[in-house]
Design a protein around this ligand. Sequence first.
Ligand SMILES: CC(C)(COP(=O)(O)OP(=O)(O)OC[C@H]1O[C@@H](n2cnc3c(N)ncnc32)[C@H](O)[C@@H]1OP(=O)(O)O)[C@@H](O)C(=O)NCCC(=O)NCCS
Length: 173
Amino acid sequence: MDAQLETQRLTLGPFRESDLDRLTALANNINIARMVSEMPHPYTRKDAADWIASHDAGRAAGTDFPFAIRLKGEGLVGAIGLHKKGGAVFDLGYWIGEPYWGRGLASEAAAAVMDWARTGLGVREITACYFEDNPASGRVLEKCGFARTGKAGSCQSLGRGCPASSIAMVWRA
Ligand SMILES: CC(C)(COP(=O)(O)OP(=O)(O)OC[C@H]1O[C@@H](n2cnc3c(N)ncnc32)[C@H](O)[C@@H]1OP(=O)(O)O)[C@@H](O)C(=O)NCCC(=O)NCCS
């Protein structure tokens, strides 16, 4: 399923080879890598190419639904997606390029993906996790209807090179 979503300021759709330079430039940022689990740092053009090349297989398997977040009139500003980590439940992950923080873009993208997951994919439960030192992400999730599970935990981050305290969240239809 190759969904295209649209919000007031954004379009969300598949990554393209033409995104490689901009994706590499935005994602090669330790302030992003340390807040997510699986983004290598430094982030190279090859990392970007390998990641984009994996998308079709993930979509076909029904385990990964990644979206490029494009700001209308500007282009790529980030990424968001649903990913099954081996279990039956999708996990929501996202990042916005640092020059675009604080403009409500993550909240706008996350609301659109959650709506699509509910109505298009028929998903009834989604998990997410954010690091304790990343309250902005906690706020994005809260605004999308996620609530704390109450389980304290620890998540790996390639950018940090070690696990860090995290807060588990869940959304249920
Ligand atoms: C977290 C991230 C996605 C937020 O993106 P964004 O587009 O700036 O987010 P938004 O503007 O939609 O919303 C941020 C919310 O957090 C709030 N916020 C920002 N800094 C905060 C802080 N230090 N403490 C509490 N809330 C904070 C904002 O006020 C806003 O809430 P509001 O709409 O109620 O005012 C972005 O900073 C990012 O990509 N960070 C690195 C990667 C990452 O953290 N990914 C998520 C992994 S779980």
